[in-house]
Design a protein around this ligand. Structure first.
Ligand code: SF4
Ligand code: F3S
Length: 265
């Protein structure tokens, strides 16, 4: 029976590296067991669930009917559209293969919200990078409804779990022009960067490893929305600039093609 105190979630993983579900499993505030115990009912996931084959597919069909208009459809990875989506198959049935493209389109109308986790699902990301042999695209280019984009390569677990928590407790969060929650992406990395005082004094690094501002090395912080400087990563202890590497703009809609080469010297 529906558990009304938790958010029902159907999670389809398509073309990505699996980095976003690994990031999700590294959530620390709250921890993963708390997420499952108190926040979400993970009804179907072709990554996390034990069921396989027709059993898994039957769960997907039943869950989408039982939780119609209530479940959150989480899509991880870009959706390959070339050759009718042939490059990502989530199930083989007696009637033939079910592609991720087909599954997501079938679930579109029944979902209460659609959340794209990671930059591939949001905007195409590395899966859609040149030469994009599979014709991969972000969910926004495949479905006709509003998508909540939680971009990042990978996503910061706080951004994703925080978005789910917002949906559970307050409904849809305020979104920016790219469909991302403003509370996580509202300011540029550059705005709160710990090397900002160097930038303001035109004091730039001449090579990787220097302590000054890395704008001279191609840092994308000034045009990248994310709260990395104060939220940080890996249990909230470090982030790219603190680890002495430029921001490569992993939350941007043109990542990675618009960010390469990652270093300029
Ligand atoms: Fe801005 Fe990057 Fe320089 Fe930090 S290192 S101040 S984000 S340009
Ligand atoms: Fe990504 Fe830049 Fe943050 S590369 S992790 S948005 S500092």
């Amino acid at each position: 029976l529906p558990n009304k105190s938790k958010l029902p979630v159907i999670w389809i993983e398509t073309n990505d590296s699996g980095d976003n579900n690994i990031a999700f499993m590294n959530t620390t505030y709250p921890y993963l067991d708390q997420v499952f115990a108190e926040m979400i009912d993970l009804l179907y996931s072709n990554t996390f669930m034990a069921a396989q084959g027709s059993d898994a597919l039957s769960i997907l069909e039943q869950a989408s009917l039982m939780y119609k208009s209530k479940f959150v459809l989480v899509v991880e990875g870009a959706v390959p559209v070339k050759d009718n989506g042939l490059y990502n198959i989530i199930a083989i049935t007696e009637k033939g293969a079910i592609t991720a493209l087909e599954a997501i389109r079938q679930l579109e109308a029944a979902a209460g919200h659609v959340v794209a986790i990671g930059t591939c699902a949001s905007f195409g990301g590395p899966s859609a990078a040149r030469p994009n042999l599979t014709g991969s695209a972000g969910v926004r280019d495949v479905l006709k409804r509003e998508i909540i984009n939680v971009s990042g390569c990978p996503v910061n677990p706080d951004w994703f779990v925080g978005t789910l928590a917002h949906l559970l407790m307050y409904g849809r969060p305020e979104l920016d022009s790219l469909g991302r929650p403003v509370l996580f992406y509202g300011f540029t990395v550059h705005r709160h960067c710990q090397r900002r005082s160097y930038f303001d004094r035109d004091d730039f690094a001449s090579k990787p490893g220097d302590i000054e501002c890395m704008f001279s090395l191609g840092c994308m912080g000034p045009r990248t929305g994310a709260d990395c400087p104060y939220r940080q990563w890996i249990n909230h202890v470090n982030w790219p600039v603190k680890a002495n590497t430029p921001c490569i703009g992993c939350t941007n809609e043109d990542f990675p093609d618009g960010s390469t080469p990652f270093f300029t010297t």
